[in-house]
Write a protein that binds this ligand. Structure first.
Ligand code: PMT
Length: 422
């Protein structure tokens, strides 16, 4: 896809600079040639030698290097590429670009270029939300600068929100989007959506707290070889278990049959049926928070048989009668003395997503419900991304489409904020 495309990668000084190694690798394995420019601050996070080794090209960092200028002047450097990619792009470089400053090689190259520029911002959540940065983004968007990210998630500075650099594969997809004409700059006539509020959390805020997460489908046996199930992959539930554990919680993950890797640092209990899942959940109590992300089969076969059902020529297919499964979420929410302080359900809907989720939250008696659309074509079942709405007693908070990991991180941060800050 990127065969023969020349990318000038400008690396500025942020903790996300370490992701550049993978970014260079991913661009090159798609056929792109990558040449790197680094700011002085970037060299504090990654070494020029590592970028040089991965790009198999000279790395440029010094505007006043006589050899660099004689071999490849900064004007030529800025124009020889097909696309300039700034990753990570700090608040500082965005401000310099917006103001037209040129006080080092990176900013000079960016001012001198006549090529398209794609930036992947990475900074503290409050720096990203600051009106100055947002105004710079609008200014740059108005000049045709392209953006990828930032993503939301926990930050190195113990805050949660937008500001994390996009993952290397997301940046690669944006680069490909540019070359195929599918990537457009932000429209300066439309105000940027208000960045969600930053959540400040102490280090590992859920230390000492217990969490229960359900994930994956259940399998309801028809006979020893056949079962009723659904398309849940366990991606979303497993990501939530990992995100809660990352915040310090002692997590029990009760999962139906999935092929997801076991998340590190959580206690995994593998089950098959809804009855087994309920039993494992009850055994995990008491917990401070329960998150039911599993796609539990609503019905099971009334009478399973121990021998394989036989196909008899000429006979009608066997009738299978179903009975309701126990409702695990409703059982946990009804609780009694063991009721978790916070019970979070999911609502998988195919129509009237929010209205149905609001009603489901009340019907099941849980505190919060995370609504997602599972209609065919959304890719919610099994996919990498999810678009969710957090429904609480206070209202509905609709989140942007993001990776399931990002949904999990944001939900875990909200849970921590609720349990710790009250
Ligand atoms: O696993 P993935 O491929 O990543 O996909 C994620 C997902 C779509 C499965 C997930 O985001 C999701 O929506 N999970 C809930 C699926 C579901 O069963 O939704 P529901 O609307 O039918 O059920 C509502 C809630 O009741 C859920 O929290 C469910 O876990 C719970 N439930 C349902 C039936 C039952 N017998 N017991 C339950 O506990």
């Amino acid at each position: 896809m990127l065969s023969g495309k020349r990318i000038l990668l400008i690396v500025t000084g942020g903790i996300a600079a370490f992701k550049c190694h993978d970014l260079i690798r991913r661009l090159r394995e798609r056929g792109a040639e990558v040449r790197c420019v680094m700011t002085e601050a970037a060299t504090r996070f990654v070494t020029p030698l590592s970028l040089q080794t991965l790009s198999e090209d000279k790395v440029y960092a010094d505007m006043f290097s006589l050899t660099d200028e004689s071999e490849m002047g900064h004007i030529e450097l800025s124009r020889e590429a097909d696309l300039l990619v700034v990753a990570p792009a700090t608040a500082d470089i965005l401000a310099k670009m917006a103001a037209g400053l040129a006080d080092d090689l990176a900013s000079t190259v960016l001012l001198a270029t006549d090529k398209a520029v794609l930036v992947a911002p990475a900074m503290n959540v409050r720096m990203w939300a600051h009106p100055a940065t947002q105004a710079n983004v609008m200014t740059l968007g108005g000049r045709g600068v392209l953006f990828v990210g930032p993503n939301e998630g926990p930050m190195a500075c113990n805050e949660y929100g937008p500001g994390r650099m996009s993952e290397p594969l997301e940046i690669v997809a944006a680069v490909e989007g540019y070359f195929t004409g599918k990537l457009a700059p932000p429209d300066p006539r439309q105000a940027l959506p208000q960045p969600p509020e930053a959540i400040s959390l102490p280090h590992r805020p859920l230390l000492g707290r217990r969490a229960l997460v359900t994930s994956g489908p259940t399998r309801e046996a028809i006979d020893p070889v056949r079962y009723i199930s659904n398309h849940s992959s366990g991606r979303q539930g497993h990501a939530i278990a990992a995100a809660l554990a990352a915040l310090g919680a002692d997590v029990t993950l009760v999962s139906g049959p999935v092929t997801q890797p076991d998340p590190a640092g959580v206690r995994l209990v593998k089950v098959e049926s809804a009855d087994q899942m309920l039993g494992a959940c009850k055994a995990a109590l008491p917990v401070d928070v329960a998150v039911c992300a599993a796609a539990v089969a609503d019905w099971k076969v009334a009478k399973t048989v121990n021998a394989k059902l036989k196909k008899t020529p000429g006979a009608p297919p066997p009738a299978i009668s179903l009975v309701a499964n126990p409702d695990i979420l409703a059982t946990l929410a009804a609780g009694g003395a063991d009721r978790p302080a916070l019970v979070v359900g999911f609502a998988a809907e195919t129509e009237d997503v929010i209205a149905n989720a609001v009603a489901k939250r009340q019907r099941k008696g849980c505190d919060w419900i995370v609504a997602n659309d599972v209609s065919p074509g959304t890719g919610t079942f099994g996919g990498e991304r999810n678009t969710v709405h957090l429904v609480t007693a206070d209202g509905v908070d609709s989140w942007p489409t993001q990776t399931k990991d990002a949904v999990a991180a944001r939900l875990a941060a909200r849970i921590a904020q609720h349990l710790v800050a009250g």
